[in-house]
Design a protein. Structure first.
Length: 263
């Protein structure tokens, strides 16, 4: 070894220890859960699965039911869109103190609030909101907004913290107000990234809105729960296909919009 070369930096064992702990957790999960893999691949299990899948065919194609499914899909789309819009508004408001613009104390307090909002799953939020707002799409919309506001608030705050400070500082030095400097310097830097985060969360909220209907929040999920509970498999198959088409449509639109924003 060349004596003139600097000494190698000390090894950081933190990442290796974390990876080892994750591996131990995965092994412990498989060891403790009563997973019956042999029963899953038995002939009886395969026959039961095939019989269940055969019950879904052919899907219901009657015009009255297709019309009901269409309006349920519109309701699911509206829940996801309005819930995401509310989350963007509150997430942007929460991200300002969470990014440290008002000091270390408000930053820590707001990040704790955002952690609570996003750590509670949408189904739990829906159970709470349905008690307060009653059955229907309002509770589902508020549940999506509460959870997504926690997610977007944290992502927006990180974007604001990572923005280059020099443009805003230059405007402040030349006499611009703090609000004007933020809107003309910092926000334009982070806006494409924020829009990308928003569109991605909208995709997720489409899927979540379809699931929230299972607990009574309306839309396609409520139809699916109703027909499955009555073992009306062809009708349930039509609802499932409508979910898949809706998610594919929104994924395509969101992908195209993200591509346009990042060019």
């Amino acid at each position: 070894m060349n004596p003139n070369l600097p000494k190698p930096p000390p090894r950081d064992w933190t990442v290796r220890i974390l990876m080892l702990l994750v591996a131990v957790l995965v092994v412990a999960s498989f060891a403790t859960l009563p997973l019956k893999w042999r029963e899953f691949f038995t002939v009886e299990a395969v026959n039961s699965t095939m019989e269940l899948l055969a019950g879904f065919t052919p899907p219901e194609t009657g015009l009255p039911f297709l019309a009901r499914t269409f309006w349920a899909a519109v309701e699911t789309l509206a829940m996801s869109g309005l819930g995401t819009l509310l989350a963007v508004v509150f997430g942007l408001a929460f991200s300002l103190p969470a990014s440290g613009r008002f000091g270390a104390g408000p930053r820590a307090a707001m990040r704790a609030v955002l952690n609570v909002l996003r750590s509670i799953p949408e189904l739990v939020w829906a159970s709470i909101m349905l008690i307060a707002a009653g059955l229907g799409p309002l509770g589902g919309t508020l549940a999506l907004a509460a959870h997504t506001a926690g997610v977007l608030g944290r992502l927006f705050a990180d974007s604001l913290e990572n923005a280059a400070p020099l443009p805003e500082q230059s405007l402040r030095t030349n006499g611009a107000s703090a609000t004007a400097a933020f809107f003309y310097a910092t926000l334009p830097q982070t806006l494409p990234q924020m829009m990308s985060y928003t569109l991605y969360r909208w995709e997720n909220n489409i899927r979540a809105a379809a699931i929230l209907g299972v607990v009574g929040a309306g839309g396609l999920g409520q139809m699916l729960k109703y027909h499955l509970s009555l073992f009306q498999m062809p009708l349930a198959a039509t609802v499932i296909l409508a979910m898949l088409l809706l998610v594919a449509l929104v994924d395509g639109v969101s992908f195209a919009m993200r591509r346009a924003l990042t060019r």
